[in-house]
Design a protein around this ligand. Structure first.
Ligand code: ADP
Ligand code: MG
Length: 538
Protein backbone atom coordinates (compact mmCIF):
# COMPACT_ATOMS: atom_id res chain seq x y z
CA UNK A 1 0.00 0.00 0.00
CA UNK A 2 1.36 3.41 -0.95
CA UNK A 3 0.13 5.00 2.26
CA UNK A 4 2.10 2.51 4.29
CA UNK A 5 5.32 2.89 2.39
CA UNK A 6 5.06 6.69 2.31
CA UNK A 7 4.47 6.70 6.07
CA UNK A 8 7.45 4.43 6.57
CA UNK A 9 9.59 6.87 4.60
CA UNK A 10 8.67 9.59 7.08
CA UNK A 11 9.01 7.38 10.13
CA UNK A 12 12.43 6.06 9.11
CA UNK A 13 13.82 9.59 9.07
CA UNK A 14 13.26 9.79 12.81
CA UNK A 15 15.11 6.58 13.58
CA UNK A 16 18.06 6.91 15.90
CA UNK A 17 20.06 3.68 15.90
CA UNK A 18 22.08 2.37 18.84
CA UNK A 19 25.15 3.45 16.91
CA UNK A 20 23.76 6.99 16.60
CA UNK A 21 23.01 7.05 20.33
CA UNK A 22 26.58 6.08 21.14
CA UNK A 23 28.08 8.63 18.78
CA UNK A 24 25.86 11.34 20.25
CA UNK A 25 26.81 10.32 23.80
CA UNK A 26 30.52 10.68 23.06
CA UNK A 27 29.89 14.08 21.50
CA UNK A 28 27.77 15.08 24.50
CA UNK A 29 30.66 14.21 26.82
CA UNK A 30 33.03 16.19 24.62
CA UNK A 31 30.78 19.26 24.59
CA UNK A 32 30.24 19.00 28.36
CA UNK A 33 33.98 19.05 28.87
CA UNK A 34 34.38 21.96 26.48
CA UNK A 35 31.76 23.91 28.47
CA UNK A 36 33.66 23.24 31.70
CA UNK A 37 36.84 24.65 30.17
CA UNK A 38 35.70 27.90 28.59
CA UNK A 39 32.84 30.32 28.03
CA UNK A 40 30.95 30.78 24.81
CA UNK A 41 30.50 27.07 24.05
CA UNK A 42 27.24 25.51 22.89
CA UNK A 43 26.61 23.93 26.29
CA UNK A 44 27.04 26.73 28.82
CA UNK A 45 27.85 24.46 31.83
CA UNK A 46 26.97 27.26 34.25
CA UNK A 47 28.44 26.91 37.77
CA UNK A 48 25.62 27.32 40.29
CA UNK A 49 27.78 27.68 43.44
CA UNK A 50 25.58 25.08 45.04
CA UNK A 51 28.29 22.83 46.43
CA UNK A 52 26.27 20.35 48.38
CA UNK A 53 22.84 19.49 49.21
CA UNK A 54 20.55 21.26 53.41
CA UNK A 55 20.07 18.82 56.24
CA UNK A 56 16.31 18.50 56.11
CA UNK A 57 15.69 19.46 59.72
CA UNK A 58 14.92 23.08 58.95
CA UNK A 59 11.58 24.64 59.70
CA UNK A 60 9.88 27.46 57.94
CA UNK A 61 7.43 28.68 55.42
CA UNK A 62 8.67 29.77 52.05
CA UNK A 63 7.13 30.96 48.86
CA UNK A 64 8.29 29.60 45.55
CA UNK A 65 7.37 30.70 42.08
CA UNK A 66 8.19 28.85 38.90
CA UNK A 67 8.34 30.43 35.48
CA UNK A 68 8.80 27.36 33.34
CA UNK A 69 7.69 28.30 29.86
CA UNK A 70 4.05 27.30 29.64
CA UNK A 71 2.76 27.87 33.13
CA UNK A 72 3.50 30.10 36.06
CA UNK A 73 3.18 28.41 39.43
CA UNK A 74 3.06 30.09 42.81
CA UNK A 75 3.38 27.89 45.84
CA UNK A 76 4.06 28.05 49.53
CA UNK A 77 6.00 25.29 51.13
CA UNK A 78 5.96 24.62 54.85
CA UNK A 79 8.98 22.64 55.90
CA UNK A 80 7.96 20.92 59.09
CA UNK A 81 11.44 20.13 60.34
CA UNK A 82 10.77 16.41 60.49
CA UNK A 83 11.37 15.68 56.82
CA UNK A 84 7.77 16.33 55.86
CA UNK A 85 6.43 19.36 54.15
CA UNK A 86 3.10 20.80 53.10
CA UNK A 87 2.72 22.47 49.76
CA UNK A 88 -0.06 24.59 48.32
CA UNK A 89 -0.02 25.97 44.83
CA UNK A 90 -1.80 27.93 42.15
CA UNK A 91 -1.01 27.51 38.48
CA UNK A 92 -1.84 29.86 35.61
CA UNK A 93 -1.01 29.67 31.93
CA UNK A 94 1.29 32.47 30.82
CA UNK A 95 -0.60 34.62 28.30
CA UNK A 96 1.04 34.26 24.87
CA UNK A 97 1.26 38.01 24.36
CA UNK A 98 3.33 38.39 27.51
CA UNK A 99 5.92 35.93 26.16
CA UNK A 100 6.76 38.46 23.49
CA UNK A 101 5.86 41.62 25.41
CA UNK A 102 7.55 44.89 24.53
CA UNK A 103 8.94 45.36 27.99
CA UNK A 104 10.01 43.07 30.79
CA UNK A 105 7.80 45.09 33.12
CA UNK A 106 4.66 43.73 31.46
CA UNK A 107 5.62 40.13 32.15
CA UNK A 108 6.98 40.66 35.65
CA UNK A 109 4.04 42.77 36.81
CA UNK A 110 1.78 39.91 35.74
CA UNK A 111 3.90 37.52 37.82
CA UNK A 112 3.76 39.82 40.86
CA UNK A 113 0.00 40.04 40.51
CA UNK A 114 -0.25 36.25 40.64
CA UNK A 115 1.72 36.28 43.89
CA UNK A 116 -0.75 38.79 45.31
CA UNK A 117 -3.69 36.63 44.23
CA UNK A 118 -2.05 33.59 45.84
CA UNK A 119 -1.42 35.35 49.17
CA UNK A 120 -4.96 36.67 49.31
CA UNK A 121 -6.32 33.23 48.56
CA UNK A 122 -4.13 30.96 50.67
CA UNK A 123 -2.62 33.19 53.35
CA UNK A 124 -5.41 35.69 53.82
CA UNK A 125 -4.85 36.51 57.48
CA UNK A 126 -1.12 36.88 57.08
CA UNK A 127 -1.63 39.08 54.06
CA UNK A 128 -4.15 41.29 55.88
CA UNK A 129 -1.94 41.55 58.97
CA UNK A 130 1.06 42.53 56.88
CA UNK A 131 -0.84 45.16 54.94
CA UNK A 132 -2.08 46.62 58.23
CA UNK A 133 1.43 46.70 59.68
CA UNK A 134 2.72 48.31 56.55
CA UNK A 135 0.09 51.04 56.71
CA UNK A 136 0.94 51.75 60.34
CA UNK A 137 4.63 51.82 59.46
CA UNK A 138 5.59 48.96 61.78
CA UNK A 139 6.57 46.41 59.18
CA UNK A 140 10.09 44.98 59.16
CA UNK A 141 11.61 43.48 56.08
CA UNK A 142 12.92 40.58 58.16
CA UNK A 143 9.26 39.58 58.57
CA UNK A 144 8.76 39.32 54.85
CA UNK A 145 8.13 35.94 53.33
CA UNK A 146 11.22 34.66 51.56
CA UNK A 147 10.61 33.62 48.00
CA UNK A 148 12.60 31.22 45.87
CA UNK A 149 12.32 32.15 42.20
CA UNK A 150 12.57 29.23 39.82
CA UNK A 151 13.43 30.79 36.51
CA UNK A 152 14.00 28.23 33.83
CA UNK A 153 15.90 30.22 31.24
CA UNK A 154 19.65 30.61 30.85
CA UNK A 155 20.93 33.00 33.47
CA UNK A 156 24.35 34.17 34.44
CA UNK A 157 24.02 33.74 38.19
CA UNK A 158 25.81 36.50 40.11
CA UNK A 159 24.52 35.84 43.59
CA UNK A 160 22.07 33.65 45.41
CA UNK A 161 19.31 36.12 44.50
CA UNK A 162 20.85 37.83 41.53
CA UNK A 163 21.23 36.69 37.95
CA UNK A 164 21.24 38.24 34.53
CA UNK A 165 19.24 36.74 31.71
CA UNK A 166 21.55 35.43 28.97
CA UNK A 167 18.88 34.77 26.36
CA UNK A 168 15.26 33.77 26.10
CA UNK A 169 14.26 30.28 24.94
CA UNK A 170 11.02 28.30 24.49
CA UNK A 171 9.34 30.96 22.34
CA UNK A 172 9.85 33.87 24.75
CA UNK A 173 11.22 37.03 23.19
CA UNK A 174 11.38 40.19 25.29
CA UNK A 175 14.69 41.80 24.26
CA UNK A 176 14.36 44.45 26.94
CA UNK A 177 14.92 41.82 29.66
CA UNK A 178 18.13 40.32 28.27
CA UNK A 179 21.12 41.25 30.42
CA UNK A 180 18.94 42.36 33.33
CA UNK A 181 18.76 40.87 36.82
CA UNK A 182 15.51 38.89 36.81
CA UNK A 183 15.24 38.92 40.62
CA UNK A 184 15.37 42.71 40.65
CA UNK A 185 12.76 42.83 37.88
CA UNK A 186 10.43 40.68 39.99
CA UNK A 187 11.20 42.46 43.29
CA UNK A 188 10.44 45.85 41.74
CA UNK A 189 6.97 44.70 40.69
CA UNK A 190 6.36 42.99 44.06
CA UNK A 191 7.27 46.22 45.82
CA UNK A 192 4.94 48.22 43.60
CA UNK A 193 2.10 46.07 44.90
CA UNK A 194 3.34 46.49 48.47
CA UNK A 195 3.57 42.74 49.04
CA UNK A 196 5.48 41.49 52.11
CA UNK A 197 7.72 39.30 50.00
CA UNK A 198 11.46 39.25 49.44
CA UNK A 199 12.99 37.46 46.47
CA UNK A 200 15.64 35.53 48.37
CA UNK A 201 16.93 32.99 45.90
CA UNK A 202 17.17 32.44 42.19
CA UNK A 203 16.98 28.81 41.17
CA UNK A 204 17.07 27.02 37.89
CA UNK A 205 14.31 24.40 37.70
CA UNK A 206 16.89 21.69 37.08
CA UNK A 207 18.77 22.60 40.26
CA UNK A 208 15.49 22.70 42.20
CA UNK A 209 14.62 19.27 40.87
CA UNK A 210 18.00 17.88 41.90
CA UNK A 211 17.63 19.41 45.41
CA UNK A 212 14.13 18.08 45.92
CA UNK A 213 15.12 14.66 44.65
CA UNK A 214 18.16 14.47 46.93
CA UNK A 215 15.85 15.37 49.81
CA UNK A 216 13.72 12.30 49.22
CA UNK A 217 16.11 9.74 47.76
CA UNK A 218 16.73 6.82 50.01
CA UNK A 219 19.71 4.92 51.40
CA UNK A 220 22.86 4.62 49.42
CA UNK A 221 21.22 6.01 46.32
CA UNK A 222 22.81 9.25 45.34
CA UNK A 223 21.01 11.76 43.17
CA UNK A 224 23.41 13.05 40.60
CA UNK A 225 21.14 14.76 38.11
CA UNK A 226 17.96 16.80 37.91
CA UNK A 227 16.47 16.80 34.44
CA UNK A 228 13.55 18.69 32.97
CA UNK A 229 11.46 17.43 30.09
CA UNK A 230 8.62 19.93 29.91
CA UNK A 231 8.18 22.88 27.59
CA UNK A 232 11.94 22.81 27.26
CA UNK A 233 14.65 20.44 28.36
CA UNK A 234 17.71 20.96 30.55
CA UNK A 235 19.69 19.27 33.28
CA UNK A 236 21.82 20.12 36.32
CA UNK A 237 24.26 17.61 37.77
CA UNK A 238 26.90 17.23 40.43
CA UNK A 239 30.36 17.81 38.98
CA UNK A 240 33.76 17.50 40.60
CA UNK A 241 35.26 20.91 41.30
CA UNK A 242 38.51 19.73 39.78
CA UNK A 243 36.75 19.28 36.44
CA UNK A 244 35.51 22.88 36.35
CA UNK A 245 38.47 24.43 34.59
CA UNK A 246 37.01 27.77 33.56
CA UNK A 247 37.38 30.68 36.00
CA UNK A 248 34.62 31.01 38.61
CA UNK A 249 33.79 34.46 39.93
CA UNK A 250 33.75 34.13 43.68
CA UNK A 251 34.56 32.18 46.78
CA UNK A 252 32.54 29.18 47.80
CA UNK A 253 32.76 26.23 50.12
CA UNK A 254 35.20 23.84 48.53
CA UNK A 255 34.95 21.22 51.26
CA UNK A 256 32.65 18.84 49.42
CA UNK A 257 34.80 18.90 46.30
CA UNK A 258 31.65 19.13 44.20
CA UNK A 259 29.50 21.75 42.60
CA UNK A 260 26.13 21.58 40.87
CA UNK A 261 26.49 22.61 37.24
CA UNK A 262 23.57 23.76 35.10
CA UNK A 263 24.38 22.27 31.71
CA UNK A 264 21.88 24.22 29.53
CA UNK A 265 21.88 21.05 27.44
CA UNK A 266 19.02 22.44 25.35
CA UNK A 267 21.81 23.95 23.28
CA UNK A 268 23.83 20.74 23.03
CA UNK A 269 25.25 20.44 19.53
CA UNK A 270 23.89 23.65 18.06
CA UNK A 271 26.56 23.03 15.43
CA UNK A 272 24.77 19.79 14.44
CA UNK A 273 27.82 17.53 14.61
CA UNK A 274 25.68 14.57 15.62
CA UNK A 275 22.07 15.63 16.04
CA UNK A 276 19.68 14.06 13.54
CA UNK A 277 18.06 16.61 11.28
CA UNK A 278 15.05 16.04 9.08
CA UNK A 279 13.50 18.46 6.67
CA UNK A 280 10.85 19.19 9.32
CA UNK A 281 13.45 19.99 11.97
CA UNK A 282 14.85 22.56 9.56
CA UNK A 283 11.47 24.13 8.87
CA UNK A 284 10.71 24.31 12.58
CA UNK A 285 14.04 25.93 13.34
CA UNK A 286 13.85 28.48 10.52
CA UNK A 287 10.43 29.60 11.69
CA UNK A 288 11.41 29.79 15.37
CA UNK A 289 12.28 32.98 17.25
CA UNK A 290 15.82 31.67 17.81
CA UNK A 291 17.06 29.86 14.69
CA UNK A 292 20.27 27.90 15.14
CA UNK A 293 20.13 27.63 18.91
CA UNK A 294 18.53 25.23 21.39
CA UNK A 295 18.89 22.58 18.69
CA UNK A 296 18.79 19.64 21.12
CA UNK A 297 15.74 21.10 22.86
CA UNK A 298 14.01 21.52 19.51
CA UNK A 299 14.21 17.76 19.00
CA UNK A 300 13.36 16.70 22.52
CA UNK A 301 10.93 18.86 24.46
CA UNK A 302 7.19 19.40 24.74
CA UNK A 303 7.08 22.72 23.00
CA UNK A 304 8.53 21.27 19.80
CA UNK A 305 7.43 17.66 19.39
CA UNK A 306 3.89 18.53 18.37
CA UNK A 307 5.20 21.00 15.81
CA UNK A 308 7.50 18.41 14.23
CA UNK A 309 4.58 15.98 13.96
CA UNK A 310 2.43 18.74 12.52
CA UNK A 311 4.93 19.58 9.80
CA UNK A 312 5.50 15.94 8.84
CA UNK A 313 1.75 15.30 8.83
CA UNK A 314 1.14 18.29 6.56
CA UNK A 315 3.60 16.80 4.07
CA UNK A 316 1.73 13.52 4.12
CA UNK A 317 -1.55 15.36 3.57
CA UNK A 318 -0.01 17.04 0.54
CA UNK A 319 1.36 13.71 -0.74
CA UNK A 320 -1.06 12.47 -3.41
CA UNK A 321 -0.05 8.86 -2.89
CA UNK A 322 -1.35 8.88 0.65
CA UNK A 323 -4.81 10.51 0.92
CA UNK A 324 -4.36 11.28 4.60
CA UNK A 325 -7.48 12.87 6.09
CA UNK A 326 -9.11 12.84 2.62
CA UNK A 327 -11.63 10.32 1.27
CA UNK A 328 -12.63 9.84 -2.37
CA UNK A 329 -16.04 8.85 -1.06
CA UNK A 330 -17.56 7.43 2.12
CA UNK A 331 -16.71 3.84 1.22
CA UNK A 332 -13.01 4.69 1.67
CA UNK A 333 -13.60 5.45 5.33
CA UNK A 334 -14.34 2.71 7.90
CA UNK A 335 -16.83 5.07 9.52
CA UNK A 336 -18.71 5.14 6.17
CA UNK A 337 -18.31 8.88 6.20
CA UNK A 338 -16.01 11.55 4.82
CA UNK A 339 -13.19 13.05 6.83
CA UNK A 340 -13.35 16.81 7.20
CA UNK A 341 -10.73 19.14 8.62
CA UNK A 342 -11.77 22.57 9.75
CA UNK A 343 -9.86 25.44 8.15
CA UNK A 344 -9.29 26.59 11.71
CA UNK A 345 -7.57 23.33 12.65
CA UNK A 346 -4.32 23.67 14.54
CA UNK A 347 -2.81 21.46 11.85
CA UNK A 348 -2.58 24.58 9.70
CA UNK A 349 -1.09 26.86 12.35
CA UNK A 350 2.44 27.08 13.71
CA UNK A 351 2.52 25.45 17.18
CA UNK A 352 -1.07 24.37 16.53
CA UNK A 353 -0.51 20.76 17.57
CA UNK A 354 0.12 20.29 21.28
CA UNK A 355 2.47 17.52 22.35
CA UNK A 356 -0.25 16.13 24.59
CA UNK A 357 -1.88 14.78 21.40
CA UNK A 358 1.23 12.63 20.93
CA UNK A 359 0.64 11.16 24.36
CA UNK A 360 -2.91 10.25 23.47
CA UNK A 361 -1.68 8.64 20.23
CA UNK A 362 0.94 6.63 22.10
CA UNK A 363 -1.50 5.53 24.79
CA UNK A 364 -4.19 4.30 22.41
CA UNK A 365 -3.68 0.63 21.65
CA UNK A 366 -7.26 -0.18 20.81
CA UNK A 367 -7.89 -1.75 17.39
CA UNK A 368 -10.09 1.17 16.36
CA UNK A 369 -7.82 3.84 17.85
CA UNK A 370 -10.99 5.39 19.16
CA UNK A 371 -9.45 7.69 21.78
CA UNK A 372 -6.92 9.02 19.30
CA UNK A 373 -9.68 9.67 16.77
CA UNK A 374 -11.68 11.48 19.43
CA UNK A 375 -8.59 13.52 20.31
CA UNK A 376 -8.06 14.44 16.64
CA UNK A 377 -11.61 15.69 16.65
CA UNK A 378 -11.46 17.70 19.85
CA UNK A 379 -7.90 19.04 19.58
CA UNK A 380 -7.49 19.42 15.85
CA UNK A 381 -11.04 19.63 14.55
CA UNK A 382 -10.50 16.63 12.30
CA UNK A 383 -13.91 14.94 12.08
CA UNK A 384 -14.41 11.30 11.09
CA UNK A 385 -10.74 10.49 10.64
CA UNK A 386 -10.54 6.97 9.23
CA UNK A 387 -8.71 4.16 10.95
CA UNK A 388 -5.93 4.37 8.39
CA UNK A 389 -5.61 8.12 9.00
CA UNK A 390 -5.30 7.52 12.72
CA UNK A 391 -2.74 4.75 12.15
CA UNK A 392 -0.60 7.03 10.00
CA UNK A 393 -0.80 9.83 12.54
CA UNK A 394 0.05 7.44 15.37
CA UNK A 395 3.09 6.09 13.51
CA UNK A 396 4.50 9.56 12.82
CA UNK A 397 3.82 10.75 16.38
CA UNK A 398 5.44 7.64 17.84
CA UNK A 399 8.54 8.09 15.72
CA UNK A 400 8.99 11.69 16.89
CA UNK A 401 8.34 10.72 20.53
CA UNK A 402 10.75 7.81 20.36
CA UNK A 403 13.53 9.89 18.86
CA UNK A 404 13.02 12.43 21.67
CA UNK A 405 13.27 9.75 24.34
CA UNK A 406 16.41 8.24 22.80
CA UNK A 407 18.01 11.68 22.59
CA UNK A 408 17.06 12.22 26.25
CA UNK A 409 18.96 9.02 27.01
CA UNK A 410 22.02 10.53 25.36
CA UNK A 411 22.01 13.41 27.86
CA UNK A 412 21.25 11.20 30.85
CA UNK A 413 23.69 8.48 29.80
CA UNK A 414 26.52 10.94 29.19
CA UNK A 415 26.07 12.45 32.66
CA UNK A 416 25.95 9.03 34.30
CA UNK A 417 29.24 8.18 32.57
CA UNK A 418 30.72 11.55 33.53
CA UNK A 419 29.82 10.94 37.19
CA UNK A 420 31.81 7.70 37.28
CA UNK A 421 29.21 6.37 39.74
CA UNK A 422 28.67 3.10 37.91
CA UNK A 423 32.28 2.21 38.76
CA UNK A 424 32.00 3.38 42.37
CA UNK A 425 31.74 0.40 44.76
CA UNK A 426 29.98 2.65 47.33
CA UNK A 427 27.12 3.45 44.98
CA UNK A 428 24.32 0.90 44.52
CA UNK A 429 21.84 3.00 42.70
CA UNK A 430 22.52 6.07 40.62
CA UNK A 431 19.47 8.25 41.20
CA UNK A 432 18.13 10.76 38.72
CA UNK A 433 15.24 13.14 39.35
CA UNK A 434 13.16 14.26 36.42
CA UNK A 435 10.24 16.62 36.09
CA UNK A 436 8.07 18.07 33.34
CA UNK A 437 4.84 17.13 31.61
CA UNK A 438 6.53 15.24 28.80
CA UNK A 439 8.37 12.71 30.97
CA UNK A 440 5.46 12.56 33.38
CA UNK A 441 2.68 12.01 30.88
CA UNK A 442 4.08 10.62 27.64
CA UNK A 443 3.51 6.86 27.83
CA UNK A 444 6.68 4.77 28.03
CA UNK A 445 8.96 7.81 27.75
CA UNK A 446 11.11 6.50 30.59
CA UNK A 447 10.93 2.96 29.26
CA UNK A 448 12.29 4.18 25.92
CA UNK A 449 15.04 6.08 27.73
CA UNK A 450 16.06 2.88 29.56
CA UNK A 451 16.07 0.92 26.33
CA UNK A 452 18.54 3.38 24.83
CA UNK A 453 20.65 3.55 28.02
CA UNK A 454 21.17 -0.21 27.78
CA UNK A 455 22.71 0.29 24.36
CA UNK A 456 25.28 2.85 25.53
CA UNK A 457 28.85 1.56 25.79
CA UNK A 458 29.97 1.80 29.40
CA UNK A 459 26.40 1.46 30.70
CA UNK A 460 24.90 -1.64 29.11
CA UNK A 461 21.98 -3.63 30.52
CA UNK A 462 23.74 -4.13 33.89
CA UNK A 463 24.48 -0.43 34.29
CA UNK A 464 21.00 0.59 33.18
CA UNK A 465 19.55 -1.58 35.94
CA UNK A 466 21.40 0.50 38.54
CA UNK A 467 20.12 3.79 37.17
CA UNK A 468 16.91 4.92 38.81
CA UNK A 469 15.01 7.65 37.02
CA UNK A 470 12.23 8.98 39.25
CA UNK A 471 9.76 11.80 38.93
CA UNK A 472 10.51 14.67 41.31
CA UNK A 473 6.93 15.85 41.50
CA UNK A 474 6.82 19.61 42.07
CA UNK A 475 10.55 19.42 42.51
CA UNK A 476 11.14 22.93 41.37
CA UNK A 477 8.80 24.37 44.03
CA UNK A 478 10.29 22.34 46.86
CA UNK A 479 13.81 22.90 45.60
CA UNK A 480 13.27 26.66 45.36
CA UNK A 481 11.90 26.71 48.91
CA UNK A 482 14.95 24.79 50.14
CA UNK A 483 17.30 27.23 48.50
CA UNK A 484 15.30 30.21 49.81
CA UNK A 485 15.75 28.69 53.26
CA UNK A 486 19.49 28.50 52.83
CA UNK A 487 19.53 32.06 51.54
CA UNK A 488 17.69 33.15 54.65
CA UNK A 489 20.15 31.33 56.88
CA UNK A 490 22.95 33.17 55.19
CA UNK A 491 21.37 36.52 55.99
CA UNK A 492 20.46 35.58 59.54
CA UNK A 493 23.28 37.64 61.06
CA UNK A 494 21.34 40.67 59.96
CA UNK A 495 17.96 39.31 60.79
CA UNK A 496 16.11 39.00 64.03
CA UNK A 497 15.31 35.33 64.66
CA UNK A 498 12.12 36.26 66.55
CA UNK A 499 10.78 38.02 63.48
CA UNK A 500 11.23 34.89 61.49
CA UNK A 501 9.44 32.80 64.11
CA UNK A 502 6.62 35.35 64.36
CA UNK A 503 6.22 35.14 60.63
CA UNK A 504 5.82 31.41 60.69
CA UNK A 505 3.31 31.59 63.57
CA UNK A 506 1.30 34.26 61.77
CA UNK A 507 0.72 32.02 58.82
CA UNK A 508 -2.50 30.13 59.02
CA UNK A 509 -2.08 26.89 57.16
CA UNK A 510 -5.23 25.93 55.38
CA UNK A 511 -4.96 22.16 55.10
CA UNK A 512 -8.47 21.80 53.77
CA UNK A 513 -7.48 23.32 50.49
CA UNK A 514 -7.72 20.81 47.68
CA UNK A 515 -4.29 21.75 46.41
CA UNK A 516 -2.66 20.96 49.70
CA UNK A 517 -1.04 17.67 50.30
CA UNK A 518 1.48 16.32 52.69
CA UNK A 519 4.50 14.53 51.54
CA UNK A 520 6.37 12.43 54.02
CA UNK A 521 9.76 12.39 52.45
CA UNK A 522 12.78 10.69 53.87
CA UNK A 523 15.37 13.23 54.82
CA UNK A 524 18.28 13.33 52.52
CA UNK A 525 21.25 15.40 53.39
CA UNK A 526 20.83 18.85 52.01
CA UNK A 527 23.28 21.63 52.69
CA UNK A 528 24.00 24.50 50.39
CA UNK A 529 26.96 26.76 50.73
CA UNK A 530 27.37 29.94 48.81
CA UNK A 531 29.90 31.79 50.91
CA UNK A 532 30.82 33.99 48.01
CA UNK A 533 27.43 35.56 48.43
CA UNK A 534 28.18 36.30 52.05
CA UNK A 535 31.36 37.93 50.86
CA UNK A 536 29.47 40.08 48.40
CA UNK A 537 27.25 41.32 51.20
CA UNK A 538 30.08 42.67 53.30
P1 ADP B 1 6.76 24.05 32.19
O1 ADP B 1 7.71 23.70 31.11
O2 ADP B 1 6.12 25.38 32.02
O3 ADP B 1 7.36 23.88 33.56
P2 ADP B 1 5.33 21.52 31.91
O4 ADP B 1 6.38 20.71 32.54
O5 ADP B 1 3.92 21.26 32.31
O6 ADP B 1 5.50 23.06 32.08
O7 ADP B 1 5.46 21.28 30.33
C1 ADP B 1 4.58 21.85 29.44
C2 ADP B 1 4.87 21.26 28.07
O8 ADP B 1 4.52 19.88 28.09
C3 ADP B 1 4.09 21.90 26.95
O9 ADP B 1 4.98 22.09 25.88
C4 ADP B 1 3.05 20.86 26.58
O10 ADP B 1 2.82 20.85 25.20
C5 ADP B 1 3.66 19.57 27.02
N1 ADP B 1 2.66 18.63 27.52
C6 ADP B 1 1.62 18.90 28.36
N2 ADP B 1 0.89 17.80 28.60
C7 ADP B 1 1.50 16.80 27.91
C8 ADP B 1 1.23 15.40 27.73
N3 ADP B 1 0.18 14.82 28.30
N4 ADP B 1 2.07 14.69 26.94
C9 ADP B 1 3.12 15.27 26.34
N5 ADP B 1 3.41 16.57 26.45
C10 ADP B 1 2.63 17.33 27.22
MG1 MG C 1 8.70 23.16 34.75
Amino acid sequence: MAAESETKKVVSQFELTDHDVNAATLEFLRQMDEGLRKDGTSMSQIPTYVTAVPDGSEKGVYLAVDLGGTNFRVCSVQLNGDSTFNLTYNKVAIPKELMVAKTARELFSFLAMQIEVFLKEHHKDYYAAQIKKRRSGTTRSSEYLRLGFTFSFPVNQLGINKGKLIRWTKGFDIPDAVGKDVCALLQTEIDKLGLPVKVAALVNDTVGTLMARSYTSVGKAKSILGGIFGTGTNGAYIEKLSNIKKPTVGEYDKSTGDMVVNTEWGSFDNQLNVLPTTKWDKILDDASVNPGIQMFEKRVSGMFLGEIVRLATLDLIKNEKVTLFVDANSSFNDLQSITTISRESGLFKQWGLDSSVLSVAAADDTPELSSLRLELETSLQIDSASLVDAQIFKAVAAAVGRRAARLSAVAIGAIVLQSGKLNDPDTDVVDIGVDGSLVEHYPFFRAMIYEALKAIDGIGPKGAERIRIGIAKDGSGVGAALIALVAEKMEKDNSNVEDVEARVDDLVWNTNNHNTFIVAGVVGVIAIAALWWARQRS
